[in-house]
Design a protein around this ligand. Structure first.
Ligand code: HEC
Length: 186
């Protein structure tokens, strides 16, 4: 009697095992199929979309472009102009944001723009406040200093870009910044 039940149970077990394996197998096949389908669909849409995305290609251009741009006295250096920070373009306050970015006096222009090079003496720039570096330049007279600051200047030490790169700054403001640096070196 007992033997008969054993055989019955084991037969049921085998049946269950077979069905179970079949279902698992089918599910795996469906999953692999879905994966392959997704890959195929993506290869026709996603890659192409990424490559034709304007933002993406712009970034690629920026990354593979020349790493350094040099200012050359007497040439168009407008690409080097330090652009005012892009403030809140939307929302009515656009005008004020840009206007606020323009320094109000020579000292501010110096701190915002000239200080980038003249603060630490980068690229051959005479360090602001360094009397020895400025004495000979001051001796040239302010007219020359103004002109070199406004129009740019290629000296022995390096390149002074026109208006220090801040091409939208009014001439008077740049002159005030020169005055400020001259004052610091006296
Ligand atoms: C990109 C770096 C850089 C920035 C920014 C910069 N300068 Fe200069 N500047 C130089 C260098 C380099 C020289 C020295 C050139 C030389 O004598 O060879 C110089 C020289 C000068 C001189 C002396 C010119 C002379 O005849 O000896 C003045 C004045 C001057 N800069 C003013 C300014 C003012 C004002 C600003 C800001 C509006 C400014 N610079 C921003 C790099 C810079």
């Amino acid at each position: 009697m007992r033997k008969k039940t054993d055989a019955l149970v084991s037969k049921q077990d085998t049946h269950f095992f077979n069905v179970f394996s079949l279902v698992i197998g089918l599910l795996v096949a469906v999953a692999v199929g879905l994966f392959a389908l997704a890959r195929i669909v993506a290869s026709h849409t996603q890659d192409l979309q990424v490559l034709s995305d304007a933002e993406y290609s712009k970034n690629v251009h920026a990354r593979i472009g020349p790493p350094v741009k040099e200012a050359i006295a007497g040439r168009d250096n407008s690409a080097l102009a330090i652009k005012p920070a892009e403030g809140t373009a939307e929302g009515g306050a656009s005008g004020t944001a840009v206007a606020a970015a323009m320094p109000q006096n020579g000292t501010q222009l110096f701190e915002q723009t000239c200080n980038v090079c003249h603060g630490q003496g980068i690229g051959g720039a005479p360090k602001a406040g360094d009397k020895a570096a400025w004495a000979a330049r001051i001796a040239e007279g302010k007219a020359i200093l103004y002109e070199h600051a406004l129009k740019g200047f290629q000296g022995k030490a390096g390149v002074m870009p026109p208006k220090g790169g801040r091409l939208d700054a009014p001439d008077d403001l740049v002159k005030q910044a020169v005055d400020h640096m001259v004052q610091m070196a006296q």
